[in-house]
Design a protein around this ligand. Structure first.
Ligand SMILES: Cc1ncc(COP(=O)(O)O)c(C=O)c1O
Length: 426
């Protein structure tokens, strides 16, 4: 029997280019959810997305996410599935694996982890036993929840020791990492962070890991897109296992991946399925393949280098506005600032920025308990902003935190800047 769609309410605006082609069908069938999706699309295009972990995926990635592979169950790996009808699922996963290994120069890739956290969980499952000691960046310095947070599986199942950064320079204190490694004899050392704006020295981490007989796990969730575009050094030649997200600068679907050498391939694969996950999300795997294909194109290298150039422009602009910039600038897409010199704490600053239409996070600072602000330039760069636009963002940012000028005018200027650079033109 044909389903008669309810009429769309008059106040639901027409679908725009961020929406999949069959969005009109959703609009007619379920105006309530369609309205939420449209409002989110409007929010993303009328405010500035400064959350360092976010980006705008391409329409091609969105199309793969909304494809019939979303219907497919595919437990196992290509050629060895528990379910029938996996020919195209196998093909999609083989393409994703081939593109990932080529892009990152790795012997083996597992593209099934549902998220960055799932990738780290599988890496620990492959290499460690409950109760083992792990050395990772302390949470107060930018370590991720999966690096030993008490409320996370990592903090409950493993003994974590945390290394930090030098309080003056904000740079990783490798002497401390070495001393802690010698004292604690960890089974694994994790390098990677949610807010470190410089490149980890993978060679030194490898040296320290070798000295104490530890595995080296690089958690490159943040810089993976910069690595793909040649704008950041790769941990692949140094780390036993590399865990990452496929979103963030890499600009793929929300998800995770693991790279390793062939000697650990089977352990990693078994740690992902069946140990920590069931059926892979094949539409996401196909979207990862699309994103890896995009990241291999020369235009992506230009993009990755622009993201870093923009972050440096942002850091310089914010310093000129009076913020204290962690490590004085950045080598990545990330800028971390302390608003204290402006007489404002991190949470108040974030609330003022949000009111002005600038969306971002607070984060730990390398000293004391105060919260700083973490910004990223991946999304601004994807939507086509140039250095002048980014320099203007820094001025607007300063005005919002200081509550300088008319709040309505400030919000309008932020909206105008965002809408002049639509993430999904047309
Ligand atoms: C260093 C690091 N590891 C792991 C993750 C976890 O990724 P997800 O949120 O996809 O689980 C993140 C997310 O920001 C991260 O920054």
């Amino acid at each position: 029997m044909p389903v008669i769609p309810p009429a769309a309410p008059a106040d639901v605006p027409p679908a725009d280019a961020a929406m999949p082609q069959d969005f009109d069908a959703l609009l007619h069938q379920d105006p309530e959810v369609a309205g939420i999706l449209l409002a989110e699309s409007r929010r993303q295009s009328s405010t500035l997305q400064l959350i360092a972990a976010e980006n705008f995926t391409s329409p091609a990635v969105l199309a793969a996410l909304g494809s019939p592979l979303a219907n497919k169950y595919a437990e196992g790996y290509p050629g060895a599935r528990h379910h029938g009808g996996c020919e195209q699922a196998d093909a999609a996963e083989r393409v994703a694996v081939r593109r990932a290994t080529t892009l990152f120069g790795a012997e083996h890739a597992n593209v099934q982890p549902h998220s960055g956290s799932s990738a780290v969980l599988a890496a620990y499952a492959a290499l460690l036993r409950p109760g083992d000691t792990v050395l990772a960046m302390g949470l107060a310095y930018g370590g991720h929840l999966t690096h030993g947070a008490p409320g996370n599986f990592s903090g409950r199942w493993f003994e974590f020791a945390g290394y930090g950064v030098d309080p003056d320079s904000g740079l990783i204190d490798y002497a401390q990492v070495r001393a802690l490694a010698r004292a604690r004899r960890p089974k694994a050392i994790v390098c990677g962070s949610i807010s470190y704006p410089r490149h980890p020295d993978y060679e030194t981490f490898r040296e320290i890991a070798d000295e104490v007989g530890a595995y080296l796990i690089a958690d490159t969730a943040h810089p993976m897109g910069l690595i793909a575009g040649g704008a950041a050094p790769s941990p692949v030649p140094y780390a036993d296992v590399v865990c990452a997200t496929t979103h963030k600068v890499l600009r793929g679907p929300r998800g995770g991946m693991i790279l390793c050498g062939s000697e650990l391939a089977e352990r990693i694969d078994r740690a992902v399925f069946p140990f920590t996950q069931g059926g892979a999300q094949m539409h996401t795997v196909a979207a990862k393949a699309v994103a890896f294909g995009e990241a291999a194109a020369p235009a992506f290298a230009v993009y990755a280098h622009q993201v870093v150039a923009h972050a440096r422009v942002l850091a310089a602009g914010l310093e000129a506005e009076g913020f204290e910039v962690a490590t004085d600038s950045t080598d990545t897409h990330l800028v971390v600032v302390d608003p204290a010199p402006l007489g404002v704490d991190g949470r108040t600053a974030r609330d003022r920025l949000m009111a002005a239409g600038m969306v971002l996070d607070t984060c730990a600072l390398p000293y004391g308990d105060a919260r700083g602000l973490r910004l990223g330039t991946a999304a601004l760069t994807t939507q086509g902003m140039d250095e002048a636009d980014v320099a203007r963002v820094a001025v607007l940012f300063g005005a919002a935190v200081r509550e300088r000028g008319d709040a309505g005018r400030l919000r309008s200027e932020v909206r105008e800047l965002a809408e002049r650079n639509p993430p999904y033109p047309g």
